[in-house]
Design a protein around this ligand. Sequence first.
Ligand code: HEM
Length: 408
Amino acid sequence: MLHFDPQTRTLDLDPRNPAFFQDPYPVYEQIRAQSPVFYWQQYGFWCFMNHEDVSALLRDRRFGRQITHIASKAELGMAEVPEHVRPFYEVDDRALLQLEPPAHTRLRLLINRAFVSRQVERLRPRVARLAHELIDAFPRHEVDLLTAFATPLPATIIAEFMGVPREAVPDLLNWSHRMVAMYQFGRTRDVEDAAVKATLDFSEFLRRLLAQKRKHPGDDLIQVLTTAAPDGEKLTEDELIGTCILLLNAGHEASVHALCNGLNAALGAGLDPAQLCTDAASAEAFVEETLRYDAPLHLFDRYVLEDLEFQGIRLKKGDKIGLMLGAANRDPARFVQADRFNPLRTPNPHVSFGAGIHFCIGAPLALLEMQVAFKILFERHPKLRLSKQPVYRNSYHFHGLEALHLAL
Ligand code: HEM
């Protein structure tokens, strides 16, 4: 499946190879045994998979999501964004995740007002009510957890939290899936055209919603974002739209798969749902372990912001590097019995939410949703088990299942 050249430390592995994306972990160990720092030919950049390196790189300000201090990409011999995908990048490049300080600091402070744990904690009863409502609607004997529970739960919560009507959730899911397909390896022109159309439709929807909210202000996150911070700072309309799209997309894409991957891992390890998440502390530890053991996001990249050397590799300004979160979470140098699912593992310094200035702003919300959802699911269906062997989708770095069929 893979070829590794030890001389140049080059990995030849197509991330669309089913044997790889169905179970990347044994492959990670094979690569780690050769060299945990390697050049991945298909992506065209150096990758790092050890926990120590990934943690350090996420925090190292000589690497960033955007190449700062250049007039144009051409200066570094990089291609400009092609015209036909420009509308997508006009929104994407303005989003928090793609910015670096000082623009990042300003935007993150404005958004953070709404995402602090104390605000998010207020959602706990709503998440519980919704979890019960979705479980009430399960068929009698068997259910696909992905469609009946894991998708609508975080998508509805983030929509309501932001102040987007619940009826819009199917559209949000549709736009989001098309937009995140842009980050996949080997995307086609059809994928690009669909993402551009989704970006334009999503932006138009939000523009209309913002106009309505100006007339009839509500008590929601969009309202918080439209209001100036104490120092008078305010988002422009374009920033507001980019931010809303990022929050609405990021607010469910990873959580959906974190829930399904996590349950699949626990049941696959032979654990008894009746014994899991029985109190707050065990629910917290269980959720962290699901995120470590089978993270929904496996690969993030960074630009090199100045010429430098890291782990003996010379990197030039404008180069990209790959940070392998899923592999770092299984590093035997950091985790005892890294390949074992241990529902009570503490401490659990996984990197599934990243680290440093881009650390997931939605982590408190994702953790709360997962703790509440698993606890209620296990209480209501203590005998649930897998009824079909699940398969992963062909989208390596968005590591998630096609479906999760359970017998109740
Ligand atoms: C289990 C679920 C989730 C996982 C595994 C996850 C993972 C991540 C990771 C790894 C990053 C950092 C990316 C990087 O450093 O390049 C990130 C950033 C981010 N996440 Fe999440 N996320 C989850 C849920 C959420 C939710 C629920 C929201 C919002 C409501 C959210 C919003 C964001 C935003 C806005 C950023 C960018 C932060 C910044 O650049 O400062 N995420 N997430």
